[in-house]
Design a protein around this ligand. Sequence first.
Ligand SMILES: CC(C)(COP(=O)(O)OP(=O)(O)OC[C@H]1O[C@@H](n2cnc3c(N)ncnc32)[C@H](O)[C@@H]1OP(=O)(O)O)[C@@H](O)C(=O)NCCC(=O)NCCS
Length: 186
Amino acid sequence: MIELSPDYYQPRLGDTHSPQVSIRLMRIDDIEHVSRLERRCYTLPWSSSAYVTEVGNPSAYYTVAVLADGTLAGYAGMWVNMDEAHLTTIAVDPIHRGLKIGERLLLDLLEEGMRRGADYASLEVREHNQVARNLYFKYGFDDVAVRKNYYSDNGENALIMWANDIRSPAYLNLLDDFRARLAPSE
Ligand SMILES: CC(C)(COP(=O)(O)OP(=O)(O)OC[C@H]1O[C@@H](n2cnc3c(N)ncnc32)[C@H](O)[C@@H]1OP(=O)(O)O)[C@@H](O)C(=O)NCCC(=O)NCCS
């Protein structure tokens, strides 16, 4: 188990309401934009053809977050196999970060994972990606293993994180609470 720094998770106060955002399935005609965002968000970006494959994969679920003016501000995806929802990506345009869009995308993945029968969720994250780790930790993911030197660009370790029992009453309560906080203010 890795050592956690003291500032591992400190909820940020205020700014709890997201702008009006809708989450919908990713379509083929989104992929050009998604690929542009992918190159801005990741140092080892997936190719656009990988997204074409994912959009057509029945075990996969890929979504985009769209602002009221139609701007595609983020995207996310996962594979659901048997009782596992494996989150493959979640990214928000740098100019729209800190507005709970990543959180909305994650919540939607978890809800769809549950609908498809997953009992637990898993993912890999760079060890030094503290922002993403905070997000996952907030949603009940724990570090369960380390893959040493996993990322080919800089040799960074990957942490494997799991959220167990995502259909348990306690976890559903947690999601209800977060969903309510994300509801747009009147
Ligand atoms: C990770 C990412 C998707 C977060 O998206 P976001 O829309 O900016 O995040 P949100 O506004 O929804 O924040 C949700 C939570 O994330 C964490 N977080 C977000 N920004 C943070 C920051 N600047 N510092 C610390 N934690 C932060 C917090 O836990 C936050 O909850 P809180 O506000 O209650 O503290 C975004 O930073 C991103 O696209 N990163 C690049 C791609 C990436 O690394 N994806 C993860 C791959 S495993």
